[in-house]
Design a protein around this ligand. Sequence first.
Ligand code: PMP
Length: 404
Amino acid sequence: SVNEIRKDFPLLENQKVIYLDTAATSQKPVCVLEAEREFYEKYNANPLRGLYELGEAATEKYEEARETVRGFLNARETAEIVFVRNATEGLNLVAYSFGSLVLKPGDEILVSIMEHHSNLLPWQMVCRQTGASLKFMECEMDGTLDLNKVEALITPKTKIVACTHVSNVLGRVNPIRELAALAHRVGAVLVVDGAQSTPHIPVDVQALDADFFAFSGHKVYGPMGIGVLYGREELLNAMPPFLTGGEMIESVTRDGAVFAELPHKFEAGTVNAADAVGLHAAIDYVKSIGFTAMHQQEVALTRRAMDAIGEMPHVHVLGSEKPEEHCGIITFTVDGVHPHDISEILASDGVAIRAGHHCAQPLLAYLKHPSTARASLAFYNTESEVDRLLDSISTLRERMGYGK
Ligand code: PMP
């Protein structure tokens, strides 16, 4: 039950704030903190370097974490799992390394209009460097992607299709498997931003047929500073390293180097083993709760919120009308009230939500809402927290000076 779950998240219980900003970063269960502490207390040494016992233990913990991530994504090979800092770094790695390898003037990259800036700016950058050009898949006003429209945009010029699995504004799950089929038909690769899907739905990169898939540890109840890039082995093998230096080489001479095997080729410098171990604990925790139970609680809370908001004439929720199509994300506007005022008033009521463009400015411009408010729920939130949110929202206009 959620009461039991709350015991795993002392911050939610101890702080006075009602935390409804999980899409920005999730809270972390105690087992994640304990796993990090145990790593530093018992296994700390530079992984992949020290040939003494402690160094080997650190390496083992780090590689166990990688194997756990492989299972979490159902990748074929452990070598396909590259540890990075966050989803942003994973996506940049693909853009720089794979993009510069395959793109030439006249080629096209197709991205969705709903991308987070971290799955847009790297592509803008690589277009400037290679002479490729960027095209956009637009969505319907409720956030659905019409695959017939997408199909018309994919041509033999298309080399890369990049799409978020779940939009951080709309919360809807995109048809990744279908996009993969369309991309693969013309020999393009599909790059998936999994930052918002991994915390809420099971991911199987083989079933999705994704070529690259990136996510952030801190959004899946794990630590900040660790993220993952999955890439198909043959693609990763063909790609040049993104960063170079120590730990990613076999041998080095005065004027050259032989790079290490995957995945180490892409992990230059001392690795973030402690946070990888924390991510391992977070994934074990997610498994122990189960996505089914998480989904049930998230949908129940989202339904409660959306039903009540539906009765408020001046409040509008973006995206699907169905609570089960939101991954806990409720992005909304209130007529006549600026989202920054919404979030400030809610903050004064002890409710933490997000306001602004949510690092998805092209989407908000397209939807003609330059700024919105966003409450994002997780399985660890309660009905009474949602009710506090609703109480605050229902009095917003009055408190801004509008009549009842
Ligand atoms: N993509 C999406 C859809 C996101 O919501 C976020 C985080 N807001 C990111 C990418 C970037 O994640 P990070 O900042 O952890 O790299």
